[in-house]
Structure formats: structure tokens, C-alpha cells
Design a protein around this ligand. Structure first.
Ligand code: AMP
Ligand code: MG
Length: 347
């Protein structure tokens, strides 16, 4: 899981009151924030009173914390790390959450021919160290690490809900998908607690439910490539969807004048170079999170082709070129037209 402090700007500190049905308290806006998964999770809800809002958001944060304990590759006590320690051995039964995320990851790995690949852990570790030391990974070590990468070395058994990692030393990294899944799950908890109008933002990965009262949707800013130097200049209006931005605006290292991203190409073992920002809108944040990471690796041409072939994917890809920024779009981007004080920014 990545450690970046993805930025998220909430544009209003005001509590907006909306009229409730006869006799009921009006809905009011409440905001909560907690650190999890190496980022800040923010929850915005509309509720009748602070008690209802706090109770629901605490339950949602508890769910996020539990998912962090399941999927973290930073905590040796996580279920994911326990699974990795048994790599090279027989199939291991896993929790429903872990299985679902692995299934979704493997499906995307297949469809992107390994551009998205959660077995990239050994290579990601070397690049994390490279970022800390500001020096490129040792080629020999990189070559060794690459031998352990390959999504076809993960065997899932749907019926038994087991996972088998075929090579000893394999290391899974769910940093490209787990925050989106946690945002979706937190939104589901809020809904169960009777709160339909809610937003859960996990850094650059955001899940939104029903819109704020009287609004068309949640107003989400797309941060420009120059972020965080420049504030968002494009805004989306979203409801019942997930939106994610992947890019290198915060997590990168510059070595020898070249900028290396925290996203790596599992097919080559190299960190992505060059500046890009990929925003994906999908039916849920698990999909938008993983797809944004995948399309960052695929690049504009293949990425656009992939978005066209996928269901319900809206793409906004900005890449820096020698002749300035170029943008690529697929699908009907729901840009916000009216001024509103609601919202958050994806990356
Ligand atoms: P995101 O910020 O959602 O784009 O995810 C980036 C994180 O996902 C990185 O910090 C790594 O932990 C992991 N990752 C990097 N490259 C890949 C890749 N090609 N496929 C899957 N996960 C990746
Ligand atoms: Mg992602």
C-alpha cells in the first residue's frame, strides 16, 4: 500500500442545511477524517443529527481499519502478509474480502495482459527503497525480483475460496486497488446505517452515494498535473459512482534528471517515467482505483483502447509532452456546470 499523502480538498467548511420531510430534523452536513492505509480517509455525510452521523462514520472507519489489517503489505500481521509467507506452498483459505480483491485484481491483470499486476510486490519494494535513497535499483536485484512477478503464478479457487502462490518469495501488493475497495465498503456501511447521501475519499480514490440534498451530485475536482502547486480547475458531478486519479503528482523520485513514478510496469520492472494523470470514473471505486493504475501503465493509446473495450469506464488522461500537456478522453465526462460549495478533489 502506498504511503503518499494524497491531497483532497474539501471546498466548504459550512454545514449546509436542507429541509427534511414534515416533522423531521433537516439534513445537515458532517465531515470526519482518519488516517488509514497510508493516507487520510475523509467521510462526508448528510444526517439528521451529529449522533447519527458520528455513529455511522465510526462504523465506516472501523470497516476501513479492518480492511487495512487484512490487505496491508506494511503490517507483517496482515492476512495478506500471512498468505505471502506461505508462497510456494499449498492453497491457503482466505477471507471473503481478500478473495474478492484478489479476484478483481486477477481479472484486470488478464484483461490488461499484466499491466496491472498485484504480484509486483518484490519490484515495488526495490523502487520504494530507490525513492528513499534517491538512487536507481541495482539491476541484478531488479532482475531477481522480476522473476517473482507474474499474475499467472496466482491460483484462485472460487469454490474453496483458497489462494495458491506458486513461487516461494512472491509478494502481493494491493496498493493499486485496496483504497478503492475500502472506500466502497465504507460507503456500504454508511448506507446500512441509514445514510444514503455520503462521500468517502481515500486520497485520490473516492466513492460517492446519493447526492447531497437538492444537488445533482457530488462536486469532485480533478487536480491538474501541476498539483499540488495548482488547485483543481476541472470539476465533475458524480453520484453512485467511484472516481480515481493515478499519477505521479506526489509520489515520485527524480534521479539523473528523470522522474520515476511509484507506479511500475510489471512487464519490464521499470518505474513509469514522464508525467501523467489518469482519472477514471466507474460504477464503483474498486474498479476506478485499479483501472486508473492499469491505464497509467498502458499509456494513452493502449489505455484509450482499453477504456473503449471496458464497460462503464469514463477516462480523462493528461500526459505531459514536449509540446505541452495533451489530454485524451473517453466517455461522456460529467463536468460540473454550476458553482457549488460541495465536494472533494481526486488527487
Ligand atoms: P495507485 O496510486 O492507485 O495508482 O496505485 C499505485 C500503487 O499500486 C503503488 O504504490 C504500488 O503499491 C502498486 N502498484 C504499482 N504499480 C502497479 C501495477 N502496475 N499494478 C498493480 N499495482 C501496482
Ligand atoms: Mg489505483
Amino acid at each position: 500500500m502506498n504511503l503518499g499523502q494524497h491531497s483532497l480538498a474539501v471546498f466548504s467548511l459550512l454545514t449546509i442545511l436542507a429541509c427534511g420531510a414534515d416533522g423531521e430534523a433537516p439534513l445537515a452536513r458532517f465531515k470526519f477524517a482518519q488516517p488509514h492505509m497510508g493516507t487520510i480517509f475523509r467521510i462526508v455525510v448528510y444526517a439528521r443529527n451529529v449522533r447519527a452521523a458520528s455513529r455511522a462514520s465510526s462504523a465506516a472507519f472501523n470497516r476501513i481499519a479492518a480492511l487495512d489489517n487484512t490487505m496491508s503489505d506494511y503490517q507483517s500481521s496482515s492476512e495478506l502478509m500471512a498468505l505471502c509467507r506461505r508462497a510456494g506452498g499449498p492453497p491457503v483459505p482466505v477471507s471473503e474480502d481478500l478473495f474478492r480483491v484478489l479476484e478483481k485484481s486477477q481479472e484486470l491483470a488478464g484483461r490488461t495482459h499484466g499491466a496491472f499486476d498485484i504480484t509486483c510486490g518484490p519490484v515495488v519494494r526495490l523502487w520504494r527503497r530507490a525513492r528513499r535513497r534517491s538512487e536507481l535499483p541495482d539491476p541484478q536485484e531488479l532482475a531477481e525480483a522480476r522473476k517473482l512477478v507474474g499474475y499467472t503464478n496466482v491460483r484462485l479457487d472460487n469454490k474453496r475460496r483458497t489462494v495458491q502462490l506458486l513461487k516461494s518469495g512472491m509478494l502481493l501488493d494491493l496498493g493499486g486497488i485496496a483504497k478503492g475497495y475500502a472506500a466502497d465498503q465504507a460507503l456500504a456501511v454508511l448506507k446500512k446505517q441509514g445514510i444514503a447521501s455520503a462521500l468517502v475519499a481515500a486520497g485520490g480514490d473516492i466513492a460517492v452515494g446519493a447526492p447531497p440534498p437538492g444537488e445533482e451530485g457530488w462536486r469532485i475536482g480533478i487536480e491538474p498535473l501541476e498539483s499540488p502547486a495548482k488547485p483543481p480547475n476541472r470539476f465533475l458531478m458524480l453520484r453512485d459512482q467511484g472516481v480515481s486519479t493515478s499519477g505521479d503528482s506526489e509520489q515520485y523520485v527524480e534521479i539523473g534528471g528523470k522522474r520515476y513514478s511509484h507506479i511500475i510496469d510489471p512487464r519490464t520492472g521499470m518505474a513509469l517515467t514522464g508525467r501523467s494523470s489518469v482519472t477514471i470514473i466507474a460504477d464503483d471505486a474498486t474498479t476506478s482505483d485499479a483501472t486508473a493504475t492499469a491505464i497509467s501503465v498502458l499509456g494513452p493509446d493502449e489505455g484509450l483502447a482499453f477504456a473503449k473495450s471496458a464497460h462503464h469506464i469514463i477516462l480523462f488522461f493528461v500526459a505531459a509532452t514536449e509540446r505541452g500537456d495533451r489530454s485524451y478522453e473517453w466517455g461522456s465526462l460529467p463536468f460540473a456546470v454550476s458553482e457549488s460549495s460541495e465536494g472533494a478533489a481526486t488527487k
